[in-house]
Design a protein around this ligand. Structure first.
Ligand code: ZN
Length: 125
């Protein structure tokens, strides 16, 4: 990680206090991108405007179509994701959203297997 001079743009070795080309004062390490115009550090990391998808529509559809117990679990994960987002717990909201998606995928996969089994057993009957 080089420290770039805000005056002349020269790359300086990490930890340098002054530019080796123009002797301008260098920004402290870790703020190499801060040219005084944008203060990225002041932007809170957890300032998401968009909630992670809760897949509620999908999981409700799945529960109506096949009464799969996994879809109930997916609805619970989706609701937990929404709830965590409202409480500004964005990490948890993301995790629950992922859990809901995985649960729906498993539910769909199991439903297909179930249908195939029913179909095959109907043919063999
Ligand atoms: Zn310089």
């Amino acid at each position: 990680m080089f420290v770039y001079c805000p005056e002349c743009g020269a790359a300086n070795s990490p930890g340098s206090k002054k530019c080796r080309i123009c002797s301008a004062k260098l920004p402290s390490e870790g703020k190499a991108c801060d040219y005084g115009k944008f203060d990225f550090e002041s932007e809170p990391k957890a300032s998401k405007a968009v909630a992670p998808p809760a897949y509620l529509g999908l999981s409700i559809t799945l529960s109506i179509c096949c009464c799969c117990p996994l879809s109930i679990l997916a609805i619970i994960f989706g609701l937990q994701s929404n709830y965590a987002f409202k409480n500004k717990d964005y990490d948890k909201a993301d995790r629950k959203s992922n859990a809901a998606r995985k649960t729906i995928l498993w539910g769909v996969a199991l439903t297909f297997v179930m249908w195939i089994v029913i179909f095959v057993s109907g043919i063999l009957d």
